[in-house]
Structure formats: structure tokens, C-alpha cells
Design a protein around this ligand. Structure first.
Ligand code: 5GP
Ligand code: MN
Length: 336
């Protein structure tokens, strides 16, 4: 599938193009890794390229090669809109529903540029003329590797490899999730052959925390509740608790996974209050066949993958906790 996609895409780049490349809101390692890798590749081929992030990203990603050139929509709105208006090609990477880049989505809808989607989430929306969508793959970075390798292997260099390695590593939970395949490892091997420093990347992502971040993790673990007698747990962090620990963007990344480290637990959820946006942001993680993508869609206006999804609630933290408990109880036959 990606061969035909790549052929159609690369033929568009026979002449110089002006590209805008978009990750989803609150971009993670996969979203930033894939967008930056593609930007490096296209720039090396002589095209104009700008990565525009819908909002800010955490400091543990602010060392990726090329990240200093990222335009943040919330900080440089006018510049971002002008670039979108002038773009001949718009890439949307690591998301498949335009709501994931709101309020930028309205400018993308208006644009007459060729729209290209590369993504591994379930149920893609129909906004892109060119689409490479495969929920079986563990990361968008793996998909971008497939495309670039097919397009022009010689242009894939160490910087591109570093960006791609980061996304493959973070989205696979450091190569431990079931979506990690022999092909994933072969791709990673070829990235290491480019000189990518895997130990340094791991350290930059996972050993760069602030003291307050570990204290926040302590509160999060203390708040963990089991929904007896089901194999489900959830935890929450209120805005007060976040403030106590001088919360910075990205501090809660990975917290939800601790629940799944308990023996037998099939579902873990975290609720994070955001008073400024007036929402409770939710993350869902599961093991086995409990489909959190469907669960997040059904109850919390969200989505994602079968074992990792997100959503949001506009109710109070207390009301959201109650709704969550009830929704879990309604699905109890899958959580025995
Ligand atoms: P996280 O819990 O790490 O924020 O996200 C887990 C997965 O669900 C990611 O693949 C992410 O893109 C997706 N996701 C997170 N929040 C939302 C949301 O509000 N809506 C949708 N459709 N997907 C989400
Ligand atoms: Mn991803």
C-alpha cells in the first residue's frame, strides 16, 4: 500500500513545493519525530518545509534535530496562517481527524493544497487526497521510514534517523508493546547503522525529569484506586495537586502506565484536571482485547488505538470520576 502511496506522493515533488507539516495537539515523540524527519528529508530535496505545532510541546522533546525551527500556532498564529495559506502540500502526521489540531483545522479545511495523511490510528476521517493509514503499525515514525526508504533511501541521514528512532521508541513503550514486530526491529537496526545514538536518545527522553515531576508521580500513585472486583484502576490529578508540584507540560507523560504494571490489571485510566481549558484530560491504557479506542469514543469524546487512547470531559473532576466508574462497571464483563 505504501508503495503506491509513495509513488503518487513523490511524483508531486518533481517540482519545488511549499510544505506545511502538522503534528497533533500536545504532540508526543511520535508526532514530533515523524514531522521533523519528513521536514529534514524534504528540505534536503530542495523543498520549502515548515512544521507547525498546534500548541507547545514538553522540554523532553526540545532537543530533537530541527525542533528549534518549529512554529507554535498558539505563539505565532499570523505567521502560521500565512504559511498554511501559501502551502501547496499539507501533511497531517500521527492523527486522522482534523479536530485533533483545533483551532487550526478551519485553515486546513479552507486550503486548496494537496492534503496528505500518514497515520496509524483507527477510523481515519476523509479529508486527505493521499492517505497512508495503517492501525496495525506501532508508530507513525515507522510509516514515515517506510515511505522515505522507498522514495529515496540515500537521503535518509542520521538526523532523520534520530527523529524516527525517537517516535518508534516512545510509541512502542521502548519496544515492548505488542505492535512491535520483527520489521520494527529491522528498521531500528538500519537507523543505528546511520549512526543514531540510541542510549543518548533514551537518556534525553526518560532521564531528564525535574525533582517536582517525581513528587507529582508520588501523588498520582497515592491517588490510584481499584474498581473492585474488576481488573481496572484509575487515578487522578487535580489542578491543585499539579500546582503544588509546579506542573510543566509533559510532566504526566507515562503516569497512566503504572496502573498496568499491577498483576492482572487490564485497564488503567488517568484523569488530569486542566482549569485553564475547563476540561479533564483523560488517558486510557489496556492490555489484551479491552478496546480503549472504542471506550474513549463511546463515553469521553475521544479515540486512539485499541490499547492506548485519550479523551476529555467538560464536567468537574468529581463528576468525571463518577461517570468513569459507571462506564467501567457498564463494561464489566470485559474486565473480569
Ligand atoms: P495519550 O493518552 O498519550 O494522550 O494518547 C494516547 C493515544 O490516543 C494517542 O495515540 C493519541 O493520539 C490518542 N488521543 C489522545 N487524546 C485523544 C483525543 O482527545 N481524541 C482522539 N481521537 N485521540 C486521542
Ligand atoms: Mn503515534
Amino acid at each position: 500500500m505504501f508503495k503506491e502511496f509513495t509513488q503518487q506522493l513523490s511524483s508531486r515533488f518533481d517540482s519545488p513545493q511549499q510544505c506545511v507539516i502538522l503534528p497533533h495537539k500536545n504532540p508526543d515523540g511520535d508526532a514530533l519525530g515523524s514531522t521533523l524527519a519528513l521536514a529534514h528529508f524534504l528540505k534536503n530535496k530542495g523543498h520549502q518545509c515548515h512544521v507547525i505545532s498546534p500548541n507547545e510541546y514538553p522540554t523532553f522533546l526540545s532537543w530533537l534535530p530541527g525542533e528549534e525551527a518549529i512554529i507554535c500556532f498558539t505563539k505565532e498564529e499570523e505567521k502560521a496562517i500565512a504559511l498554511i495559506d501559501n502551502a501547496s502540500v499539507i501533511f497531517t502526521l500521527d492523527f486522522n481527524a482534523l479536530g485533533r489540531i483545533a483551532p487550526m483545522d478551519e485553515y486546513i479545511k479552507k486550503s486548496s493544497a494537496l492534503k496528505v495523511m500518514i497515520d496509524h490510528h483507527e477510523a481515519p476521517q476523509d479529508y486527505a487526497q493521499l492517505r497512508y493509514s495503517n492501525p496495525a503499525l506501532g508508530s507513525t515514525c515507522e510509516m514515515v521510514y517506510n515511505v522515505l526508504n522507498e522514495w529515496d533511501k540515500a537521503t535518509v541521514n542520521k538526523d532523520i534517523g534520530t527523529c524516527l528512532y525517537t517516535g518508534i521508541m516512545t510509541d512502542s513503550g521502548s519496544f515492548r508493546f505488542p505492535s512491535t514486530t520483527a520489521t520494527t526491529h529491522k528498521i531500528v537496526a538500519s537507523l543505528l547503522e546511520l549512526g543514531v545514538n540510541h542510549a543518548e536518545i533514551h537518556q534525553k527522553i526518560y532521564d531528564s525529569y525535574r525533582f517536582e515531576r517525581l513528587q507529582l508521580l508520588g501523588i498520582c500513585l497515592k491517588n490510584l484506586r481499584r474498581i473492585e472486583p474488576l481488573k481496572a484502576v484509575y487515578t487522578s490529578l487535580s489542578q491543585n495537586e499539579l500546582n503544588q508540584c509546579d506542573f510543566k507540560k509533559g510532566d504526566t507523560e507515562g503516569f497512566v502506565n503504572y496502573g498496568l504494571s499491577l498483576e492482572g490489571i487490564k485497564l488503567a485510566v488517568i484523569l488530569i484536571e486542566n482549569k485553564q481549558e475547563g476540561i479533564i484530560k483523560m488517558s486510557f491504557r489496556s492490555k489484551g482485547d479491552f478496546d480503549v479506542n472504542q471506550f474513549a469514543r463511546n463515553y469521553f469524546n475521544g479515540g486512539g488505538h485499541i490499547n492506548a487512547a485519550g479523551g476529555a470531559s467538560h464536567e468537574s473532576l468529581e463528576t468525571t470520576r463518577k461517570k468513569l466508574e459507571q462506564s467501567i462497571l457498564d463494561n464489566s464483563k470485559h474486565l473480569q
